[in-house]
Write a protein that binds this ligand. Structure first.
Ligand code: ACM
Ligand code: ZN
Length: 733
């Protein structure tokens, strides 16, 4: 064996070729290779950890290490009496020996993950190696934060027991220590409660819009199995039972816990719903305490999460029982009633020896001491909570909500996340326990979870674990590139870290065709497209811009190694007289919903039933007011702007649209007013044309003014909040 004592190999470039995520505190790469095979002896004073190590190495490589006394131990898992932090470990791999040292089993476990990561991806991919070679290294490591979590929403989409176990292994591999299990939602109740069987008989199943039944739940035996599995991987599970909002599935099961008495169904829609637990009904508290009793019995961890977010007060305002409770308790209003509700449930859990976590809304109206705040809306909740002496899990949507598209939250933004807000002084900063990655699953069934989380979750794994001193995004990015084969070897179906595909369309007036152009920001991806049929990995390979001459539908997306990166764009086209015209907007769209930009309303591209498809242009709290200049006088028979309604997403149709024509852009005549005749108080998602007929008028300019609601109406959960107006196209015939 030869160790380079005079100069460890430790340049950043070389470090990148031995990827480790999260990055350890100190790494010294050594000359030489260590190899192990089925004759290699292993020793550990803890037989459970030893078994885990042997089985994990076997699963990764096919090599079964030898724990028999006859072999001298070459791999040593050493529980030392030396003073080290709880999760701290040292790892030394030389040509003769590999040793992981920690003072706790947890530390040893974290160190094992580093050993597993250091096994070359090629060996992991083979899985039937007779021996495996690893690079020699000397490293020491410990985490920055004690709380490093993933919150997975199993309410909107149910995830199988095996899938959850797989994720516990994945979390462990990247040195997370917390699995926050979001178990109840408006769309589904997922945990068996023996005292209230309807929760899973009724609440776990919803009717989808096509009439099919969707759902599932975890039996108490499933949960015990998962909890034991997580314990053996040093992952703490935090169950979340939402209250008082996001509780429709529960109320569908036991409507007597609501203000109105129901009836309700678990919903197949996504958004925020008015029907929440009745806070004036003593039965509600009894019910929730009973539920929590069973939850506590299943989850041995210290924490229980009780939600507390997004609870509209509209029912409480009208409910005699809630109003009586406000009076009886001397509360000011419904916000103080929420505070009463949360404090009461928290104090119940505290009396049972649990520590309560709630989303940052629980700060409103005052919060009892000892409750942990999980901030999601911004950093403000984290700052307020820490200044008030509450411990904080910092997980702002802006940096940790990976359900969002990488267009808005890319790898760089995720990596730039700093869980300790600069407003906090050194003492206050101690209240930041760490952070969580969040995956809300409105649009993320189980089979898409990998592609939503990876690779961005790796940026956050490093933010939560590693020392930020000297951190560089470029270094991380380059380390990540050499890490992709490892993800592949582990069977992780990663998606995109940033937006890869940009599609542009233009209209060629002479040829009367649309030209579709795709650009990619990475070199190792293929772009494929399909016209009037579904897109898959055998669809036509995009080489150059192509033309569409009819009202076709085009699917276009990127693929890597035959696998979709999940960014397919669907485009459908409409030919009309305003294509290639000029449009002047007097009101400004919101950049988040810019569609193709200033010309979007006359680009010929139709929006789909998904307002996030990049074809709908959104105006927040303002009207849509514009003038189209056709460039010359044309005969006009109809003008039809199309708008979107999805009240649950705060998007409303205009109350009316005024459309007028002009030859000179000064004198407008022939004004037609199209009044909305659709009831906006609906959960339906609707696209509606506001069509005005002009017979055979001649005009060059068309003025369209859509008068929006601007604020969510009185009956809406967010009454008074800014309302959206969304349009995809103004079709001129
Ligand atoms: C949340 O995103 N409502 C916690
Ligand atoms: Zn009530």
């Amino acid at each position: 064996m030869f160790i380079l004592t005079a100069g460890f190999i430790n340049t950043p470039a070389q470090e990148s070729s031995f990827p480790l995520i999260p990055k350890p505190e100190k790494t010294e790469w050594l000359e030489g290779k260590f190899s192990f095979s089925r004759n290699t002896g292993i020793a550990c004073s803890d037989k459970v950890l030893q078994e885990y190590f042997i089985s994990q190495v076997n699963a990764l490589t096919g090599v079964k290490l030898n724990s028999g006394a006859a072999s001298p131990a070459v791999i040593v898992l050493n529980l030392t009496k030396e003073k080290m932090d709880a999760e701290e470990y040292k790892l030394s791999i030389t040509e003769k020996r590999a040793e992981i040292t920690a003072s706790s089993k947890e530390g040893l476990f974290r160190g094992m993950q580093t050993f597993f990561q250091l096994i070359p991806p090629a060996a992991k991919a083979g899985k039937n190696n007779s021996s495996v070679e690893m690079h020699c290294v000397n490293l020491s490591d410990k985490p920055r934060f004690s709380h490093r979590g993933l919150n997975l929403d199993c309410g909107r989409h149910f995830m199988s027991k095996d899938f959850i176990k797989r994720y516990i292994d994945i979390l462990a591999y990247y040195k997370f220590n917390t699995f926050h299990w979001h178990l109840t939602e408006d769309q589904g109740w997922r945990i068996e409660i023996k005292k209230y069987p309807n929760l899973t008989k009724v609440g776990a199943w919803r009717k989808e819009s096509d009439g099919s039944i969707y759902g599932g739940f975890y039996t108490q035996d499933d949960i015990k199995e998962i909890v034991a599995y997580a314990q053996s991987r040093y992952i703490n599970i935090i169950p979340e039972i939402e209250m008082p909002g996001h509780s429709l599935a529960s109320l569908a099961s036991y409507p007597e816990n609501s203000c109105t008495g129901g009836p309700f169904e678990p919903t197949n829609l996504f958004g925020v719903f008015n029907d929440i637990y009745c806070a004036g009904n003593e039965g509600t508290y009894k019910f929730l305490q009973d539920v929590l009793d069973e939850v506590i019995a299943l989850f041995p961890g210290k924490y229980v999460h009780i939600g507390g977010d997004e609870a509209p007060k509209i029912r409480w305002k009208e409910c005699p029982k809630c109003q009586a409770k406000i009076k009886a308790e001397g509360l000011k209003d419904e916000h103080e009633l929420q505070s009463y509700f949360i404090k009461r449930m928290a104090s119940y859990l505290t009396s049972k020896g649990k520590t309560v976590i709630g989303w940052d809304e629980v700060l409103q109206g005052g919060l009892a001491p000892g409750i942990i705040v999980q901030s999601w809306q911004s950093f403000e909740g984290a700052v307020d909570a820490a200044k008030q002496g509450h411990y904080v899990v910092c997980s702002p949507a802006s940096h940790t909500y990976l359900n969002g598209s990488p267009e808005n939250l890319d790898l760089r933004i995720a990596y730039s996340f700093e869980p300790v807000p600069p407003e906090l002084n050194k003492e206050e900063a101690k209240y930041i326990m760490g952070g969580e990655v969040n995956l809300w699953t409105e649009r993320a069934p189980q089979e898409t979870v990998d592609s939503k989380l990876f690779p961005r979750i790796l940026a956050l794994a490093e933010v939560f674990w590693s020392d930020p001193k000297g951190r560089s995004y470029d270094e991380f990015y380059s380390r990540l590139q050499s890490y992709y084969p490892d993800m592949t070897a582990l069977g992780i179906e990663y998606g995109q870290g940033s937006k890869v595909l940009n599609v542009n369309t233009s209209y060629d007036g002479k040829e009367k065709s649309f030209i579709i152009k795709a650009d990619v920001t990475q070199s190792n991806v293929e772009v494929r497209y399909a016209i009037d049929k579904p897109l898959d990995n055998n669809s036509a390979l995009y080489k150059e811009p192509f033309k569409i001459n009819g009202t076709n539908t085009v699917q276009i997306g990127t693929f890597r190694n035959g696998r979709s990166l999940g960014d397919a764009v669907g485009l459908s086209f409409v030919f009309h007289k305003a294509l290639n015209s000029k449009i002047t907007l007097s009101t400004q769209y919101n950049e988040r919903y810019r569609a193709s930009g200033p010309e979007a309303l006359i680009d010929g591209v139709r929006g789909s039933a998904d307002f996030r498809d990049g074809c709908w242009q959104g105006y927040e709290g303002v009207d849509l007011d514009c003038v189209i200049d056709l460039g010359e006088e044309k005969e006009i028979s109809t003008v039809a702007p199309r708008f979107f309604l999805d009240a649950n997403s705060w998007i409303f149709l205009p109350s009316h649209v005024e459309i007028s024509l002009s030859k000179d852009n000064v004198n407008y005549s022939d004004t037609k007013t199209v009044v909305n005749d659709t009831d906006q108080k609906t959960s339906d998602i609707i696209q509606k044309d506001f069509k005005a007929s002009f017979g055979k008028a001649a005009a060059r300019y068309i003025k369209v003014k859509a008068i929006g609601l601007k604020q969510c109406p009185e009956w809406h959960p967010y009454a008074g909040g800014k309302a959206w107006l969304m349009a995809d196209e103004i079709v001129v015939e």
